[in-house]
Design a protein around this ligand. Structure first.
Ligand code: ADP
Ligand code: MG
Length: 291
């Protein structure tokens, strides 16, 4: 039978907007020594702003944005939303009827047919996958490259903000005895470095595809001390497999996908990484009462 104290722990958690899906996860939470966070939407707001539009030679800014917005029109990724929004803000609706094919490349971008042209919008990995050549500059931000009919057409620089309580969340975890707080992201090295420095993380891995995140997480789990448990915190966009795999998989908030909420062991009803520390704290207190 389950000791009564566990029900108290689950009840206390739920009052704080932390849904723990079983008494066993309180035990796991209390033993967490490593926490891996997904970046976009978890440590950051997951709301992007377009900062710059840089067409390649022979392409106009207007055409670049029109094609990018059309390609992103059916995508739900926050990067897509930011590009579609800045285009429609100019008073021009996306010509939906001209979009004939739409393929999402998870963790990379999109592949779309628009007005008879093949349009790719995404990161380095997407360009590489399709053999698109371009000069890799020293970009400052998250980059959406655009290729039209197999030729590089330019890029859009977008930015996301770090959540205001993310830094506090990292130090709270440290104070609870978590000795390793890291970040996994599909975004580029430069953005990852900036976020990691700003939050005082112990490490990060950038440029990861969804399947790379799973592999890296497994390595992290094998490397952690024998008794220590490893938590993964994500928003469910491109990271649901890792949430499923973790000793304790934590899905964050309102943006979290249905799949993530279903596979997660713990669901945070509030979009705050600080809730992870709170969950561990309640779990540790519960264990003290139960034992
Ligand atoms: P994170 O790993 O930081 O949580 P995501 O998994 O959501 O981020 O996305 C990883 C990367 O994939 C993004 O940084 C971006 O470069 C690229 N990407 C994903 N979807 C799109 C899209 N619709 N348009 C452009 N780029 C995208
Ligand atoms: Mg993500």
């Amino acid at each position: 039978s389950i000791p009564l104290g566990y029900f108290g722990g689950i009840g206390r958690s739920s009052m704080q907007g932390i849904l723990v899906k079983g008494a066993n996860y309180l035990d796991v939470l209390a033993s967490v020594t490593s926490v891996a966070f997904d970046k976009t939407g978890t440590l950051t707001e997951g709301v992007f702003k377009v900062n710059d539009i840089v067409p390649n030679e022979g392409v106009s800014k207007e055409r670049l944005l029109e094609f990018a917005a059309a390609a992103e029109f059916h995508s739900t990724h926050p990067i897509a939303t930011s590009i579609v929004d800045i285009y429609t803000a100019q008073g021009k609706p996306v010509a939906e009827s001209l979009i004939s094919e739409h393929t999402v490349r998870s963790g990379m971008g999109v592949d779309v047919t628009y007005d008879g042209h093949t349009v790719l919008v995404g990161n380095n990995a997407l360009m590489k996958k399709y053999g698109i050549e371009f000069e890799n500059e020293d970009y400052d931000g998250t980059i959406a490259h655009i290729a039209i009919d197999g030729k590089y057409a330019g890029y859009i620089v977008i930015g996301d903000s770090i959540r205001t309580d993310a830094r506090q969340a990292v130090s709270a975890l440290k104070n609870l005895g978590v000795n390793e707080v890291v970040m996994l992201t599909g975004d580029n090295e430069k953005v990852a470095t900036a976020v990691s420095k700003s939050l005082g993380l112990d490490g990060f891995h950038a440029g990861l595809l969804p399947e790379d995140k799973v592999d890296l997480f497994d390595k992290l789990t094998r490397g952690s001390e024998q008794s220590g448990k490893v938590a993964f915190v994500g928003d469910g966009i491109n990271d649901a497999p890792v949430i499923a795999r973790a000793d304790v998989g934590i899905a964050m908030g309102a943006l979290g996908s249905d799949a993530a909420v279903e596979t997660a062991d713990v669901v945070l009803m509030v979009d705050s990484p600080l809730k992870v520390a709170e969950a561990i704290s309640i779990a540790k207190q519960t264990r003290r009462i139960v034992w």
